[in-house]
Design a protein around this ligand. Sequence first.
Ligand SMILES: NC(=O)c1ccc[n+]([C@@H]2O[C@H](COP(=O)([O-])OP(=O)(O)OC[C@H]3O[C@@H](n4cnc5c(N)ncnc54)[C@H](O)[C@@H]3O)[C@@H](O)[C@H]2O)c1
Length: 333
Amino acid sequence: MIEIVVALAERSYPVLVGIGARHRLLDVLPIGVGRAAIVTQPGIDLPVDPGVECATFTIGDGEEAKDLGTVEDLCRSWAGWGLTRGDVVVAVGGGVVTDTAGFAAAVFHRGVAVIHVPTTLLGQVDAAIGGKTGVNLPEGKNLVGAFWQPSAVLCDIEALETLPPREYRSGLGEMAKYAFLGVEDLADLPLDEAVAACVRCKADVVAADEREGGRRAILNYGHTLAHALETAGDYDLRHGEAVAIGLVYAAELARALGRIDDARLAAHRRVVAGYDLPMTIPPTVDIDQLLGLFARDKKAVGGVTFVLDGPAGVEPVRIGDEHLLRDTLEAMR
Ligand SMILES: NC(=O)c1ccc[n+]([C@@H]2O[C@H](COP(=O)([O-])OP(=O)(O)OC[C@H]3O[C@@H](n4cnc5c(N)ncnc54)[C@H](O)[C@@H]3O)[C@@H](O)[C@H]2O)c1
């Protein structure tokens, strides 16, 4: 079992990565916990045993289920069951489950401890780590949320065996991002070590900037275009696939701005292609709509801010040249 600590002073917690990590639940339970509310989805068949009295609460599937209605349902069910502030929520699922259950745990009784057991690759390398929780509104994704750090995260590699291939590939898109945030030779590592390397990278960034005052924004590498593609329309792209296209776009922009050389651009294409991920803009995409969405991206600070690679590594860069944004999109069709 590989153990990584997310170092946040009194909010520090362990992330265990390995085959059978879920069986360590009892070891990481906060002291004095009497009951555990397990939150999961139909189709995720990953039994966990907290070793204390527990009940399972099931939420719906997909982004539609990640809403305030589900948070209310969960909180009412927990209240009916008598969950207290001294108990724990255990979220067993992908990013939809950990984001929603994590947010419900953050607000129920003004905060109940939560342990994440991420069951998707995307959840293990990203969503379950770092304490961002939240749900969608009809007006946009992740608009309501809270920073609520888990007490522990158990990344059980065995859970990924039942993951549909498309979901696995989506996780690889998020994983590819870490290859440009300083994780060396990611593609050559066995899966448990690759997941652990990504977790370590995210843990370091989160420890340095828990609430995204600055450096944490680099975790959004590739995400400005990805969010726009996801919002713009029905292009049948999973999140990680959209991130993969976004990584190549960010590298093309950085090359055009002279921030990186041809070899570094080629390295981006090689990593994305190596994971068999897409790197072209779907032909039906409305480029004007994407440009409009860039300007609205909630990560934008005083203009269109992209996270770009460069001589000092990946960092937020403001781009004012709309022609550059447009021409680079056109060239990637
Ligand atoms: N909080 C964060 O920092 C953060 C970071 C990245 C993404 N996210 C969020 O994560 C969400 C996406 O998460 P996701 O990609 O994990 O999708 P998801 O949670 O929707 O899971 C994808 C599908 O796989 C199923 N599934 C999950 N684990 C399974 C398993 N082991 N076997 C079989 N099926 C399984 C789920 O039921 C679902 O149908 C988005 O809402 C995104 O906003 C959050």
